[in-house]
Unconditional design. Sequence first.
Length: 115
Amino acid sequence: MQVETIKGVRVVLYDGPPIARELDANDIIGATYGLEVDLIAVPVENLVDDFFWLSTGLAGAVLQKMQQYGFRVAVLGDISRFTAESLSLRDFVYESNKRGQTMFLPDRAALEARL
């Protein structure tokens, strides 16, 4: 994992294996321990499809775990194929982006603009 400071925010750019279960969040949190990271940026490619089907509970479990440990999360990439099929996901993305604790953004440039 690469750590960068973007506009004063310490960001981990996650490049590990796909996040496929809640325990994967524990691994990420453990790997960032002591790095004084504020935000974890996860490319869409590093999330299994089940993450985007809210009925599986995976997104809620992973995001809640990261928030409990004080991290904000940015999911970077195109999720339109999922939001096209799920009104619940569209609403979740909209509400998440309003609050800013979890953000769904198209790319790194959008993340930099948002910070």
